[in-house]
Ligand binder design. Structure first.
Ligand SMILES: [Zn+2]
Length: 213
C-alpha cells in the first residue's frame, strides 16, 4: 500500500487519508446544510376563526375519510397523509421547539415526547393534525404552502390551541359514536375512554363540549 506524501498524515496510508478527507467533507456538508435549515423561515399558525361546531364537523368528516373511527389507528392516518412521527426527549433536546413541522414540499413531521402513554400521544397527534388541516391546509393558499415552511410550536397559546383541541376531540371521538358509547356505558368514563383509546380527561372534556355532562 502506497504511503501518503502529506506530512501531517505520515502514519496514514493513502486510502485511510482519503477516507479521512471524505468524512471531513461530509461534516462540512452537514454544517452547510444545517446553516441552510436555520435560514428557512417557518410560518406560525394563525387562528382560522371557525366556530367550535364547524371545527367539530370538519374534523369528523376528515376522520371518516381517513377511516380513523373504524381502525382507531392514528399512526396509519399520519402515514397515509405523508407524514411521520418523531419521538423526542424534549427535556434533553431544547433545539426542538416545534410540535408540527411542515416542509415546503408538504412532507410533515409530528414531534411527540418520549415516555408518554399511547392514549396521551394519540390526542397529541390528533391535535397536531388539527394544526395541519385547519392552520396549514385550510388557512394558507396553495401558493403560500409551496413557498413557506410551517411550524406549530409546543408553546403556542390562545385560540390556535383551542381550535386544534376541538379538532382532536371530534377526530378521535365522533359525536354519534360518543353518544352511543356514553349511554351504553351508563356514563362510565373509564369505559368510554378505553373504547376511544383516549385518557379519561379527554373523554370528560368531550362530553362537556357536547353538553351531555
Ligand atoms: Zn398546538
Amino acid at each position: 500500500m502506497r504511503a501518503c506524501s502529506t506530512p501531517m498524515a505520515a502514519s496514514f496510508t493513502c486510502k485511510s487519508f482519503d477516507r479521512l478527507k471524505e468524512s471531513v467533507q461530509i461534516i462540512q456538508w452537514a454544517r452547510e446544510m444545517s446553516d441552510d435549515i436555520d435560514k428557512i423561515e417557518y410560518l406560525s399558525p394563525n387562528p382560522i376563526y371557525l366556530s367550535k361546531s364547524d371545527v367539530f364537523y370538519i374534523a369528523e368528516r376528515i376522520s371518516k375519510q381517513l377511516s380513523y373511527p373504524s381502525t382507531k389507528n392514528i399512526l396509519s392516518v399520519v402515514n397515509k397523509l405523508g407524514g411521520y412521527i418523531s419521538y423526542i426527549d424534549f427535556w434533553k433536546s431544547e433545539r426542538h421547539t416545534g410540535s408540527l413541522v411542515v416542509e415546503r414540499n408538504g412532507k410533515f413531521r409530528i414531534l411527540v415526547p418520549k415516555h408518554t402513554s399511547m392514549q396521551r400521544d394519540r390526542f397529541t397527534i390528533a391535535h397536531e393534525l388539527g394544526h395541519y388541516f385547519l392552520h396549514y391546509m385550510m388557512k394558507l393558499t396553495p401558493a403560500e404552502r409551496s413557498n413557506v415552511a410551517f411550524q406549530a410550536d409546543r408553546y403556542e397559546g390562545g385560540r390556535v390551541e383551542w381550535e386544534a383541541n376541538w379538532f382532536a376531540a371530534a377526530f378521535l371521538m365522533p359525536e354519534k359514536e360518543f353518544r352511543t358509547v356514553y349511554k351504553k356505558s351508563g356514563s362510565n368514563f373509564f369505559s368510554i375512554a378505553s373504547h376511544f383509546h383516549v385518557s379519561t380527561r379527554a373523554a370528560i372534556t368531550r362530553a362537556k363540549s357536547l353538553e351531555i355532562q
